[in-house]
Design a protein around this ligand. Structure first.
Ligand code: M6R
Length: 620
């Protein structure tokens, strides 16, 4: 979604704002802009449609604009087409010189039409189609009407609007301040060497500082050089602790790879090891899963009657795979829910159930709402999250962090893989606590998990073959992924990877379902990719592939070492190492990620920033 950066300090703000915005490009955007206060107290606003490089060019990389206080924004259009007029920052007047307030905003103001009507009646004139312009003018209206401090005017506007927002504003009358407020949309404030930063996401300011404050929901902050003050909606001061971020700036750079996605694919062995080590304590046969810092007790685990997993996109696919693993090992019924459906269908939930919400960003609007729905219904919630301090992490009863580091490419890879790992650990731990695992089996599963990083490295050796295959199918129109159980869950992920970055239509089917309708679409040359890693289901999926071949399909297969007879049937095979069947999804997904990557590359597309998409979906 949109990105926000703000700066107040002793250096010129514009180059810092542009640098920060460039770190947020992965969030998706269609226009951008900055506003800087010059030494005479006037605002200078520059905006550009399209890529950020347009804004760089218009401002000579920020060097053409002087002033040490400023705010910037990359926009992903929600209200009004992508255009220079609709780009942020927005102003309270019709002209920058007659404007007392200038602001940027992420999120959506749901009742902006109603607010706009009110402001039109008060004589305000509007130049854009955005909800942001309405919000900026609403703050200006209260600021003038009550002649109050900026924080109180912002609070009055917050009480009147519905929706989600991260809002950053400058007031002409308050030259040494930037004001920020948020509701359900992420924002952090960083401090370093007498200078202060605000951003919607950590990578934007990581180069400058690792010391940040998290602004809570419905809170307001006043940034000054090197300090920040916080207020609640009643304008009462709040105490906040400065938190140190453990990610380093290098982790958010490409590190020699052509794309973030390829870098992140290669980081999976390390991310899996780090995630395992963050939860498993002890050595050798004494290794134990330790959820003590999560706070969920054995008594709590024994009481769980049902698990509900709510998530979106790839995180939902993790839930689909986890369902098989948790049910099989821990013998607890699991229901997997799309968060966007869960939140609105008034679900009937067992009071002793546990709701697991999976999210890389920890800010996905639907997943956050699903979590709140579960809490409202009195259930305990456990979040599996990558971004420390994100909204979902803060609101859940229990949190397990994945240790992936920053994930920049829109298409998730390492976050998906580490989320899977956490679900395996939950399955093993819950199984042990509930008496379904003996010590040998427990030790066996943990040692199997530790073999995954090395086995993923082995799969990387097949990259050339996958690149060749992607080049052969560069003009493919339709692809079907099929598999059963965990292989079906991985097929869903393989299909999404292909769609989102290669723009190739694909579908994932539970292999046994194909003949109930979809097989009518198979014709000469249709590409069908089978995932066959579950020993007990291998023959079954194989039969479904043969049914496709009989109708002219070109068959490709992902299977494990030893199943060499597949070459009698399948036109293309990529082999992966063996691991315990519960964990095969962690290996079979790797060739599918690579396939999506190479197909996107062969088609000359923007791998890291696919069209119409954003990394963190903070609107419904
Ligand atoms: O941040 P989250 O994990 O909550 O995001 C959920 C989905 O938007 C995300 O997994 C999306 O499907 C991925 N970009 C797919 O690669």
């Amino acid at each position: 979604m949109c990105g926000i950066v703000g700066f107040i300090g002793r250096h010129d703000a514009a180059p810092i704002l542009l640098d920060g915005l460039s770190k947020l490009e992965y969030r998706g955007y269609d226009s951008s802009g900055i506003a800087v206060r010059d030494e005479n107290g006037n605002f200078e606003v520059v905006k550009a449609k399209g890529k950020l490089k347009e804004l760089f060019e218009k401002t000579d990389s920020g060097k053409a604009i002087h002033g040490t206080t400023g705010i910037g924004h990359t926009r992903w259009a929600t209200h009004g087409e992508p255009s220079e007029t609709n780009a942020h920052p927005h102003i309270s007047g019709t002209d920058v010189d007659d404007s007392g307030v200038v602001g940027v905003h992420n999120g959506i103001i749901e009742n902006y039409v109603e607010m706009k009507d009110k402001l039109l009646r008060k004589g305000y004139k509007f130049y854009s189609e955005t909800d942001t312009e309405v919000m900026v003018k609403l703050v200006d209206y209260y600021y003038k009407k009550y002649k109050c401090p900026p924080g109180e005017a912002i609070a009055k506007a917050m009480v009147r609007v519905r929706g989600s927002y991260a809002l950053v504003l400058m007031f002409k009358d308050h030259p040494d301040e930037i004001w920020a407020a948020r509701k359900d949309s992420p924002m952090i404030i960083g401090i370093c060497d007498g200078e202060t930063y605000v951003a919607s996401d950590v990578p934007a300011i990581l180069k400058y500082t690792k010391h940040v404050y998290y602004i809570g929901n419905m809170e307001i902050a006043c940034l000054k050089e090197g300090t920040a003050e916080f207020y609640n909606i009643d304008s009462e001061p709040l105490e906040k602790e400065l938190v140190e971020i453990t990610w380093d700036a290098e982790a958010a750079e490409k590190g020699g790879y052509e794309h973030f996605m390829m870098k992140e694919i290669h980081e999976q062995p390390r991310a899996i090891t780090d995630t395992l080590n963050s939860i498993i304590k002890g050595e050798g046969k004494d290794r134990r899963i330790d959820f003590s810092c999560v706070g969920i007790s054995d008594e709590d685990i024994k009481k769980i009657s049902q698990i509900y997993i709510a998530a979106c996109g790839s995180a939902w696919h993790v839930g689909m795979a986890a369902q098989y693993v948790i049910e099989d090992l821990a013998r607890i019924p699991v229901r997997v829910e799309l968060a966007s459906e869960f939140r609105y269908r008034n679900p009937i939930l067992d009071k002793n159930g546990l709701v697991i919400v999976i999210s890389q960003s920890g800010e996905t609007a639907d997943s956050l709402a699903a979590l709140r729905e579960a809490k409202d219904k009195g259930l305990k919630t456990l979040a599996i999250v990558n971004v420390v301090g994100s909204s979902i992490a803060r609101e859940a009863d229990y949190v397990v962090y994945t240790v992936s580091g920053p994930e920049i490419a829109v298409a998730t890879t390492k976050a998906y893989s580490t989320q899977l790992i956490v679900t395996y650990l939950i399955a093993i731990h819950f199984a042990a606590v509930r008496g379904h695992l003996d010590a040998d089996k427990y030790a066996y599963y943990i040692s199997e998990l530790y073999t995954l990083p090395e086995k993923i490295e082995k799969i990387f050796e097949t990259k050339d073959k996958l690149q060749w295959f992607a080049a052969k199918f560069v003009n493919v129109h339709d692809v079907f992924f099929i598999g059963r159980s965990i292989d079906y869950a991985v097929s869903l992920e393989g299909s999404l990877k292909m769609k989102e970055i290669s723009y190739v239509h694909s579908e994932a089917y539970a292999a046994g379902e194909l003949k109930h309708g979809t097989i009518s679409m198979i014709e000469d040359g249709t590409l069908v990719i089978g995932v066959l890693t579950q020993p007990s289901l291998y023959e079954k999926t194989m039969s479904n592939m043969v049914e496709c071949k009989a109708r002219g399909a070109y068959l490709a297969a992902v299977t494990s070492y030893g199943h060499y007879n597949i070459e009698d049937t399948s036109n293309f095979v990529t082999y992966i190492p063996n691991v315990d069947a519960h964990f095969m999804g962690s290996l079979s997904v790797i060739p599918l990620q690579l396939l999506g990557y190479y197909l996107s590359l062969s088609r000359g597309l923007d791998v890291d920033k696919p069209r119409n998409l954003a990394k963190s979906v903070t609107v419904e």
